[in-house]
Design a binder for this molecule. Structure first.
Ligand SMILES: NC(=O)c1ccc[n+]([C@@H]2O[C@H](COP(=O)([O-])OP(=O)(O)OC[C@H]3O[C@@H](n4cnc5c(N)ncnc54)[C@H](OP(=O)(O)O)[C@@H]3O)[C@@H](O)[C@H]2O)c1
Length: 281
């Protein structure tokens, strides 16, 4: 199997690569923004799995041009499984190189852009699987189409929650479009998992998250199970457009089931990237 795994250099992504890499026929490409972390990850993963078909491509997934060049590099492959997993929380408002609010750019638009380019160039095989790592944090918010990038009243936690809601709406819409190609698209909540998540923020925020993780989070081995289940289990091969938790279909919030919002998010995402010079469809 050819597997592309964004954010494979740490936390849930790394654990997923460890397990999928043990299947020696799997070829895994990890994507991350930090070159050194990428190198260390593949060295360690190859030692741990004895699978030397694990490689790394550096890409800042909040940058449209970097996603384009990543997709160019991936065009020569036929991908069986795409796992959109890279994500972060930005407690204070930041913008990407394209001047797009960074939570939205990284957590939603990177999934949207990379997947659409790969589909456009038929890089994902018929029968392939797309897995979007969302979060239970999507509950309790609604997408505000008048302030998608939170130019006013920015709150990092709310921005994160909304971006994870976008992952579910994106899954819903995309799954309809890929039915004809027999490519499934599902998303999941891994649980509250002890990882490096949140460490990119200032000391106090990062310490608070670390504190909560020490007391309440599950292990990365436990958290990654649903990603691995969606990637490998035969029972899900014909299931598409669903939200999973603990390897079971779960019901996301009412806002995550809103077809109109899924359509609107799709149209807005297309419009935003087009304004930045990228026509996807
Ligand atoms: N941990 C939890 O409790 C939890 C709960 C629900 C959902 N999730 C979701 O799980 C996913 C993985 O999170 P995690 O907990 O495993 O966090 P993590 O340990 O911080 O890992 C994040 C991964 O994303 C990559 N990444 C971050 N920014 C990037 C960028 N600009 N470009 C490319 N790659 C980038 C990182 O690599 P580089 O540093 O090299 O860029 C790293 O490999 C996220 O989507 C998160 O929203 C996590």
């Amino acid at each position: 199997m050819n597997i592309v795994l964004t954010g494979g250099t740490s936390g849930l992504g790394y654990r997923t690569a460890q397990v999928l890499g043990k299947e020696i026929k799997n070829k895994i490409i990890l994507v991350g923004s930090n070159k050194q972390k990428g190198k260390t990850s593949i060295d360690n993963l190859i030692k741990e799995t004895l699978n030397n078909k694990i490689s790394f491509i550096q890409c800042d997934l909040s940058s449209i041009s970097e996603i384009k060049s990543l997709a160019d590099k991936l065009k020569k492959f036929k991908i069986d499984i795409l796992i959109n997993n890279a994500g972060a929380l930005f407690f204070s408002r930041k913008e990407s190189v394209n001047k797009i609010e960074k939570t939205f750019a990284l957590n939603h638009l990177s999934y949207f852009i990379l997947t659409n380019i790969l589909l456009k160039y038929k890089v994902i095989k018929t029968g392939g699987r797309i897995i979007n790592v969302a979060s239970g944090a999507h509950r309790g918010v609604k997408v505000d189409f008048n302030n998608l990038e939170m130019t006013t009243n920015y709150n990092g936690w709310i921005a994160y929650k909304k971006s994870k809601l976008c992952n579910i709406l994106f899954t819903k819409k995309l799954s309809e479009l890929t039915k004809k190609n027999k490519i499934t698209v599902n998303c999941l909540h891994p649980g509250f998992v002890k990882t490096k998540f949140g460490k990119n923020n200032n000391g106090i925020v990062s310490l608070a998250i670390k504190f909560l993780m020490n007391f309440f989070a599950i292990s990365v081995e436990e958290g990654a199970k649903t990603i691995i289940y969606l990637a490998t289990d035969d029972t899900v091969k014909n299931i598409t457009g669903k939200y999973f938790y603990q390897s079971q279909i779960d019901e996301p919030s009412i806002f995550a089931q809103n077809k109109k919002d899924a359509d609107l998010l799709w149209e807005e995402s297309l419009r935003i990237v087009k304004n930045k010079g990228l026509t996807l469809i």
